[in-house]
Design a protein around this ligand. Structure first.
Ligand code: GDP
Ligand code: MG
Length: 178
C-alpha cells in the first residue's frame, strides 16, 4: 500500500479535537504505542503518528493521526488542521462539563466547515475517574445520537475502550468502489 487507498487498504487522515487537557495526546499514545505516561508533557506536535489496524474482513485501515500541540486554543487555526480529514474524534473529559460544552462547539464547527462525508466520533475520556464524573453517560449518548456520531467512553490511563474506539471508526468509513 504505497500511500494510496484502495478497496482493501484504506488510508485516512484522523484529527482529534477538544479542550486542552481532556487526554487527546494520551489517547493517541495509548493507541499507537500502548503507553500511558502521566508525568511527561506529551507533545506529538506538527508531524503525525500512524497506526494500521486489520479488520475481520481482511481489509486494513491506516490511520494518519494528527495531534495538536496546543493549537486547539486557537480556534482560527482549526480549519487548517481538520481540512481533508476523513475522521474527527471529538474528545471531552467526563469530569468536566466545560469540556463537554466545548466538544459540542467543535461538532458544530465540523458540521459547518468539515468534509461533508466526515466520520465523527464523540469520546468521553477519563472513564477511570468515574467517582468524579460530572457528565452523565446518557448526555453523551443523546448528543451523539442527535448528531449522527459514534459515541464511546474511554480511558487512556487503563486502556479501556481505546482499541474499540478506532475499530468502530474503521468499520464506519466509506469504502471506495472495488
Ligand atoms: P490533551 O491536552 O487533550 O492532549 O491532554 P493530554 O493527553 O496531554 O492529557 C492531559 C492530562 O490528563 C495528563 O495529565 C494526562 O495524564 C491526563 N489523562 C489523560 N487521559 C487520561 C485518562 O484516561 N484518565 C486519567 N485519569 N487521566 C488522563
Ligand atoms: Mg495534547
Amino acid at each position: 500500500n504505497g500511500g494510496v487507498s484502495d478497496a482493501k487498504n484504506l488510508r485516512v487522515k484522523l484529527v482529534l479535537l477538544g479542550d486542552s487537557g481532556v487526554g487527546k495526546s494520551c489517547i493517541v499514545l495509548r493507541f499507537v504505542r500502548g503507553q500511558f505516561d502521566p508525568t511527561s508533557k506529551v507533545t506529538v506536535g506538527a508531524s503525525f503518528l500512524s497506526q494500521t489496524i486489520a479488520l475481520q474482513d481482511s481489509t486494513t485501515v491506516k490511520f494518519e493521526i494528527w495531534d495538536t500541540a496546543g493549537q486547539e486554543r486557537y480556534a482560527a487555526l482549526a480549519p487548517l488542521y481538520y481540512r481533508g480529514a476523513a475522521v474527527a474524534v471529538v474528545v471531552y473529559d467526563i469530569t468536566s462539563p466545560e469540556s463537554f460544552a466545548k466538544a459540542q462547539y467543535w461538532v458544530k464547527e465540523l458540521q459547518k466547515h468539515g468534509s461533508p462525508d466526515i466520520v465523527m466520533a464523540l469520546v468521553g475520556n477519563k472513564a477511570d475517574l468515574n467517582e468524579k464524573r460530572e457528565v452523565p453517560v446518557q448526555d453523551g449518548i443523546d448528543y451523539a445520537e442527535k448528531n449522527g456520531m459514534f459515541f464511546i467512553e474511554t480511558s487512556a490511563k487503563t486502556a479501556d475502550n481505546i482499541n474499540q474506539l478506532f475499530e468502530e471508526i474503521a468499520k464506519r468509513l466509506p469504502r471506495p468502489a472495488s
